[in-house]
Design a binder for this molecule. Structure first.
Ligand code: NIG
Ligand code: FE
Length: 412
């Protein structure tokens, strides 16, 4: 099966020489080809270039993209798409004056989601979650990481991970699974956090490893949740099973979690709303990708991560949605890209790099997705007719997607 896209007004994020990720000043460069063609063969990008050199062979399908742009699908490296029910009641409580922390202390927050998830069957959880997966696919996401962490019991954590596995099997979108058992201390272990951590280490981890249910391991390293020592205990245990860290750090307080991430060679450290000089320093020259989540800052009215400062310090940066029922009930990467430009003062080039190639790296998928490169999956966004790619973040609250393709197939 071969498809030719011709007359593409601008083909964006073209990387003939593959890169793993871009950092600092490189992030300002977004390579493109104007008036371009692209060929898809057997699910992969097999050729692209200027229309001057457009091949004339017999293709199964020819799509005229006149006036439209094409870019690689968004890579969303941090989500909690598998969850049960919703928390719009807490949203109203916050409008009426309660803080996110106060709601959590009163049994709301993550514990509220855990209670709902524990009472939901695996089948029902799958049904609720697949709606969100289909929704983000239509919004241009072509690769996504999904975390557990709303189970907080052995059974419920495994239930979440099995749902993620089933989504992987049934959908063409690339999915990576992360074990986030240490997301909150469940009520039963209220006065015995160590007991909960040991249960995760001795009971849940061996089972999930046996069933091959996760690639990554995560901890909510935060005051009132899990300390740096707790985090390192979990990361150490995960290492024995080959689970690579991707951790929640510096959302509300900076307690040294970024340093632990670097020490344990985390693939990414995520959130970073509260960054000290030393947190930026320690990330320099490492293989750990800083991932920022503007929708969470928007929704909770907390500070935005200092993305501008991080890039100016030479760091790479990835953007993700954090799609979850408590702090970011939206999986819209178009909104994330726009909000990063508007509120974090980064350029469209930087934001698109952060939401494609750098997001792919933060999921270990930089060889499969995230750029227009021969041999990568044909996960593509075809825009509506637009003047320039800057219009994508400029038209915030809307999106400019006309069609999405996963492995070369149009998603309807
Ligand atoms: O990434 N910060 C920790 N976990 C989620 C939100 C959890 C929730 O409120 O349900 C996050 O923001
Ligand atoms: Fe999160």
């Amino acid at each position: 099966m071969t498809t030719l896209f011709k007359n593409i007004k601008e083909l964006i994020q073209v990387r003939s020489e593959p890169v793993s990720f871009v950092s600092g000043l490189e992030m300002k460069e977004l390579p493109t080809i104007k008036n371009a063609y692209l060929v898809v063969e057997n699910e992969l990008i097999s050729d692209f270039g200027s229309m001057k050199n457009c091949p004339t062979s017999n293709f199964n399908k020819v799509i005229d993209a006149k006036g439209k742009m094409m870019l690689p699908s968004w890579c969303d490296s941090h989500t909690h798409i598998v969850y049960a029910g919703n928390r719009e009641g807490e949203f109203v409580d916050r409008i009426n004056g309660l803080s996110y922390e106060e709601i959590a202390i009163n049994g709301g927050g993550i514990l509220n989601s855990a209670k709902m998830l524990q009472a939901t069957t695996e089948e029902e959880l799958y049904q609720q979650s697949k709606v969100r997966l289909e929704e983000v696919t239509r919004l241009g996401t072509g690769a996504v990481e999904i975390k557990s962490g709303y189970g907080l019991t052995k059974d419920a954590e495994l239930k979440m991970l099995r749902v993620i596995k089933r989504l992987k099997e049934n959908y063409p979108i690339e999915i990576k699974a992360t074990f986030l058992g240490a997301h909150a201390v469940p009520t039963e272990y209220k006065n015995n956090k160590q007991g909960y951590l040991l249960m995760l280490v001795n009971d849940v981890l061996p089972t999930l490893a046996k069933e091959n249910l996760a690639e990554y391991i995560d901890v909510f390293c935060e005051s009132g949740y899990f300390s740096v020592a707790d985090t390192e205990l979990i990361l150490e245990a995960g290492k024995k099973y080959g689970l690579i860290p991707k951790i929640h750090v510096n959302q509300f307080t900076a307690i040294g979690g970024v340093q632990s991430g670097v020490k344990y060679k985390a693939l990414s450290v995520d959130h970073l709303e509260e960054m000290r000089e030393e947190d930026i320093e320690v990330l320099k020259g490492t293989t750990t990708m800083p991932v920022v989540l503007p929708s969470c800052s928007y929704f909770l009215s907390i500070p935005y991560a200092p993305a501008r400062k991080m890039i100016d310090s030479g760091l790479p940066l990835a953007l993700a949605t954090d799609y979850n029922p408590g702090s970011a009930p939206s999986g819209n990467m178009n909104f994330v890209v726009a909000t990063a430009c508007i509120k974090m003062n980064i350029t469209p080039e930087e934001a698109i790099n952060a939401a494609t190639i750098n997001g792919a790296y933060a999921m270990g998928l930089e060889n499969e997705v995230g750029s227009i490169t021969i041999g990568k999956q044909a996960n593509l966004i075809l825009t509506k007719p637009i003047n320039s790619y800057g219009f994508i973040p400029y038209s915030y609250g809307n999106h400019q997607i006309e069609k999405v393709y996963l492995k070369g197939e149009e998603i309807v």
